[in-house]
Design a protein. Structure first.
Ligand code: SF4
Length: 107
């Protein structure tokens, strides 16, 4: 009786050569990247680029930038926080990474 061999199984974890051991995305990052691309496509033609920026931000412990889409204060095209203040005409660019003192993480 022959033992079936998986030619893709090299006997080592697939993420062994990926982040943080190299620049290649690991399995968890790929899954998150694809989810972000899927979610961002409604808002920008550069969904892959924004998802890539978010991945690089996640890797950098000193990068604290956020996107408005991840903020509780975003209400459609407006920011509740900014609207309540004097910046009533402020329209957030939802997919640009930046630092905002009023950011509140969703969920
Ligand atoms: S509080 Fe800041 S990060 Fe949040 S939606 Fe408003 S402008 Fe964007």
């Amino acid at each position: 009786m022959h033992k079936q061999v998986d030619v893709n199984d090299h006997g080592e974890p697939l993420d062994r050569w990926c982040w943080p051991h190299s620049e290649a995305m690991n399995g968890a990052e790929i899954k998150l990247f694809l989810g972000r691309v899927n979610a961002l496509q409604r808002y920008t033609d550069n969904a892959e680029s924004v998802a890539d920026q978010l991945m690089r931000r996640d890797r950098d412990p000193f990068d604290d930038r956020k996107i408005c889409l991840a903020c509780k204060n975003l209400n459609g095209d407006y920011c509740k926080q900014r609207y309540a203040s004097k910046a009533k005409n402020f329209q957030p660019v939802k997919t640009v990474l930046w630092r905002c003192d009023y950011f509140k993480q969703k969920g």
